[in-house]
Design a protein around this ligand. Structure first.
Ligand code: UDP
Ligand code: MN
Length: 271
């Protein structure tokens, strides 16, 4: 029942991609994205941040969104941004919302291929299931609950139909409030909302990846993966066939391993 056989075209055109970022990452993390996968999804990809930046705004074609959220790695700040991402999707005309972090490489062709096999008018929550198999929680309003969530750092996608069900509990600050109420991070709160309140289920897809995984274990070919990541401090990087110069995140090397024929990649081809 999950897979439809209809031939859908331009699915990527119907995806709203939000990338969570913060001022201190603009110069460090965004250039690698803007140079690589953003170029294949310029129309639908937006960056959600906490500070103005004329250069990023220009490079992204005006797709830098000022959330008004605090900067900082706090639950409040991160949930505020996730709320802002959700709100923007709700107000968009797209069929799918896909969230990613600013240390994600997104293979938009693989993402499109995967989304094609699901119907956005059904309730779909797709992503990497967290390392912790389930969360157990005792709440006043919902009693003892058990649920799963998709790790935000690997990215996840939510169908329009599911977002409609989430809207009364998430739109315009409600998601942020819910996160405060249950005292859990933004991605866990999304899982709580989807599984406990709405009653839908996470569909775990193994081709979403966060840097909580050992990148050395990523299966080849890279073109089959949807999201990849890195952790510079821990030197956790995707292994690539050819490490290109000036590519500390490896996003360009990954990009050119997947899309060899791109003009930006041809100059690196051996032989
Ligand atoms: N982030 C943020 N504000 C901060 C720190 C991080 O919005 O002060 C965002 C960051 O841009 C990224 C996500 O939160 O998209 C996760 O941050 P990071 O990768 O630094 O840490 P992790 O949680 O993966 O260890
Ligand atoms: Mn990260």
């Amino acid at each position: 029942a999950s897979v439809t056989t209809s031939k859908k075209t331009n699915v990527l055109g119907n995806v709203f991609i939000s990338v969570k970022t913060t001022r201190q990452n603009h110069r460090v993390r965004l250039p690698a994205i803007l140079q690589t996968w953003f170029q294949l999804a310029r129309e639908q990809t937006y960056f959600f941040t906490d500070a103005e930046d004329a250069e990023v705004s220009r490079a992204s074609g005006g797709h830098l969104v000022m959330t008004g959220c605090a900067s900082g790695h706090t639950r409040q700040a991160l949930s505020c941004k996730m709320n802002s991402e959700f709100d923007a999707f709700v107000l968009s005309a797209k069929e799918w919302w896909c969230h990613f972090d600013d240390d994600n490489y997104v293979n938009v062709v693989s993402l499109e291929k995967t989304l094609k096999s699901f119907n956005s008018s059904e309730l779909w929550y797709l992503g990497r299931d967290s390392i912790r198999p389930t969360i157990d929680l005792t709440t006043k309003q919902w009693g003892d609950v058990r649920f799963r969530f998709a790790t935000g750092g690997a990215g996840f996608c939510i169908s329009r139909a599911l977002a409609n069900e989430m809207k009364p509990h998430a739109f315009k600050g409600r998601l942020r409030e819910l996160s405060e109420e249950i005292r859990l991070p933004d991605d866990v709160t999304v899982g709580f909302l989807v599984e406990v309140i709405v009653g839908a289920k996470l569909t775990a897809l193994p081709n979403f990846h966060s840097h909580l995984e050992e990148m050395l274990l990523i299966r080849k070919p890279l073109r089959n993966q949807i999201s990849l990541s890195y952790n510079s401090k821990r030197k956790n990087f995707v292994p690539v066939e050819q490490l290109l110069p000036r590519d500390p995140t490896r996003f360009l090397s990954i990009h050119c391993e997947i899309f060899r024929e791109l003009p930006t990649c041809k100059r690196f081809r051996r032989r």
